[in-house]
Design a protein around this ligand. Sequence first.
Ligand code: 3PG
Length: 403
Amino acid sequence: MKFLSSQQNLSGKTVLLRADLDAPREGNKILDDSRIKASVPTIKYLIDQGAKIVIVSKNGRPKGWQEEYTLKPIAEYIAKLLSKNFVSAKEYSDQYFNEVVFFEGDITKEGAVGEVKKLSQKNIVILENIRFYKQEEEASPVFAKQLSSLGEIFVNDAFAMMHRNEASVSLIPKYLPSFAGLNVEKELNALNKLLTLKADPFIVIIGGAKISDKVGAIKNLGKSAEHVLVGGGPANLFFLAQGFEIGESLCEKQELDVAKDLMRNYKQKLVLPVDVVVAKAKDHTQARVCKPDQVLKDEAILDIGPQTTLFFSKIVKASKKMVWNGPMGLFEEKQFSHGTMSLALIFAARCKGYAYGVVGGGDTLDALNKAKVLDQIDFVSTAGGATLDFLAGENLPGLKALE
Ligand code: 3PG
């Protein structure tokens, strides 16, 4: 794989940059700018090298051209981060130079490629949400070729997208000399360090809503981990697999066989909660602590219990290498946040000195942010699914294409 960081001769070259400017939003309000911010070093590097830049990104999961998913507010946000003016291509005139121009038009329309190329000679151009085109997720080679005609060099900096086989992620390298951006390089270095660093005990913490996207990572990391601590939806599934009543707890019941299989093969390593916090499923009232096999039909498991928190904390305190994906419960509600928050504090306290700790997944980041310890973590991955697939040892189409 070739890395952008080793390229120093980009002056005058037009770079097509697949950035990850994805952000949860409420209308035009950006709720989490971590991926946008992680894209800035590569953009600045390209600016410093004298490159001309055309940026491609997606936001969310639109179905066709949906106004609520326009990249416009994100393009405006990027302009601010780069201390540049924002102008939409519709309002562009020749007086603009060295600004951020948002191309809201349809790139597949006749003449559009020429228009973007012209704009990019003087300004940074950001294209409209690339998932507005169905050809993107269809991984259309024709579309990829069309996109590649916008630049002379391709840089993929969207690590969180690397597990997707989409035109702007995994097909453009067929048509252009291609490089991994600074964010991708940083992610690869940190995740490879996690996989190769000899530091025992190594522990894995798994939670969140689903288990299906984490099975590969559990299996692969489970080979070298001493313990896999399980909370959240995945723990509920393991309780169900043991025949416990889990009431209306969050659980991917269709994965029951997978859970049974994991319990058979990783029995010694899986550490399940010994107590849980439950409440009435319909309104979260009458919260109580009980053993996992004492949950009532109309209740839901919403956090790990105090004994489990203590027990998990002891394991974290003794570890030298740690990775965490997924909160232990419904931490967004204060009465069910104690397990996740306590673990966040202890995990963070181990980092940067005692142990090497990596965290991934949007909800886990939110929890660490809420606990005000995000900056204490050794490495915070901007990605969710891509990180899990990478840690599972899978081939990621976006990375494979860069090789
Ligand atoms: C992610 O958050 O995992 C990536 O942005 C991929 O998003 P997607 O699930 O919409 O493909």
